[in-house]
Design a protein around this ligand. Structure first.
Ligand SMILES: Nc1ncnc2c1ncn2[C@@H]1O[C@H](COP(=O)(O)OP(=O)(O)OP(=O)(O)O)[C@@H](O)[C@H]1O
Ligand SMILES: [Mg+2]
Length: 343
């Protein structure tokens, strides 16, 4: 469990320290008091990434150079410093050259009141969800994703030349294809594993009125090398790489219909089920529940969905829950409270 979290120059915090207990932790406070920021810091500490954004520069406190997150998770002391110029990682005060040992320690599932964007927004939001979970299941996923993105940037840059030099472009294709194929394989395996878990969670929360279906939609249907070759005329015309896993999507259906057509409540139930399926999968895969970070989601759920969610969350998982109001909490629920009101 996460027992202590310190942040420095992190969003609205110049410096702040929080302690957490096993079980349920509540962060309570009015709007703009740093509740979401603290949850994000916990996520960054364990996973070295934000669940909200891939641009870490945004979460450095305005006019400061770099941010620091520091904390104790299980028996380990984790430290991460980030600035656009420099990243520094330490595990038990020993600086780490790579993140691989560090990232083995803790897993996180993030639930947020913004989650309906998984249904409503573009494919990039769903890919971020997939990537976030996949990299917690398969340690080599993160590297494959980075390699892929790097090769893709280089390839796109070469495609911008007035006359693309295909021989040079081809030189980037081999590592691009290797990394890309790995992403496709891992994503396929992930969605296959999440599907029944999400369907079960969905049936339990919604009372099984309509069936949830998840389908991985790889952009490159053929082997990636063939898809790239076939897309050359299009790539030349548009001067960018048009085929590959950077355009993958996750299709969400309620019964036969796209989830975008569902009601507000149906969409909220769907995204809860997705997040729960990730928690269940991580719990099964690592034989321990992930840390659950729940950002302001209970306030807007109706009573039955609130109860169903509490019931569905992995037992024994440490939970950090933010809220502006405490009223919705069942009185019998024991929680450690961190009050940001007076901050
Ligand atoms: N990079 C930054 N530097 C300084 N302040 C920031 C930065 N990013 C965000 N903030 C500010 O941090 C404050 C706290 O934001 P946060 O989202 O954590 O609040 P919150 O308590 O979750 O509020 P709400 O209840 O509205 O969700 C906000 O006023 C926000 O504008
Ligand atoms: Mg918030």
């Amino acid at each position: 469990m996460l027992s202590q979290l310190k942040v420095g120059q992190f969003r609205c915090f110049e410096k702040f320290e929080a302690r957490f207990e096993p079980g349920i932790n509540l962060i309570v406070g009015p709007n703009a008091h740093g509740k979401t920021s603290l949850l994000e810091a916990a996520c960054l500490l364990l996973r070295l990434q934000s669940p909200r954004t891939s641009r870490l520069g945004e979460i450095i406190r305005h006019n400061e150079r770099g941010l620091l997150v520091d904390g104790h998770f299980k028996a380990a002391h984790l430290q991460f410093y980030y600035s656009p110029q420099r990243k520094k990682l330490a595990l038990d005060s020993v600086e780490q050259r790579t993140a691989s040992e560090y990232l083995k320690l803790g897993r996180v599932v993030w639930f947020s009141n913004q989650d309906v964007e998984l249904v409503r927004e573009g494919a990039d939001v769903r890919r971020r969800f997939i990537d976030f979970v996949a990299s917690q299941i398969d340690p080599s996923y993160r590297k494959a994703l980075r390699d892929y993105e790097k090769c893709l940037r280089s390839r796109n840059l070469l495609l911008k030349a007035p006359v693309p030099r295909w021989r040079e472009i081809q030189a980037f294709e081999e590592p691009l294809v290797t990394a890309g194929e790995q992403l496709i394989k891992s994503r396929h395996a992930l969605i296959t594993a999440l599907r029944p878990l999400a369907q079960l969670a969905h049936a339990n929360i919604s009372g099984a009125r309509e069936k949830l279906h998840l389908e991985y939609l790889p952009n490159a249907a053929a082997p990636l090398a063939e898809a790239l070759a076939a897309a050359r005329p299009e790539d030349t015309r548009l001067r960018m790489t048009t085929a590959g896993p950077h355009r993958d999507d996750l299709q969400l259906l309620l019964g036969p219909a796209p989830a975008t057509l569902g009601s507000e409540g149906q969409q909220r139930t769907l995204v809860l089920s997705l997040r729960l399926s990730a928690a269940r999968l991580l719990e099964a895969h690592h034989a321990e529940p992930p840390l659950l970070l729940l950002d302001d989601i209970f306030g807007e759920l109706d009573l039955s969905r609130r109860a169903a969610l509490l019931e569905q969350l992995p037992k024994n998982a440490q939970q950090i829950i933010t809220t502006t109001r405490r009223e919705w909490l069942p009185p019998e629920l024991q929680a450690h409270v961190l009050d940001l009101e007076s901050r």
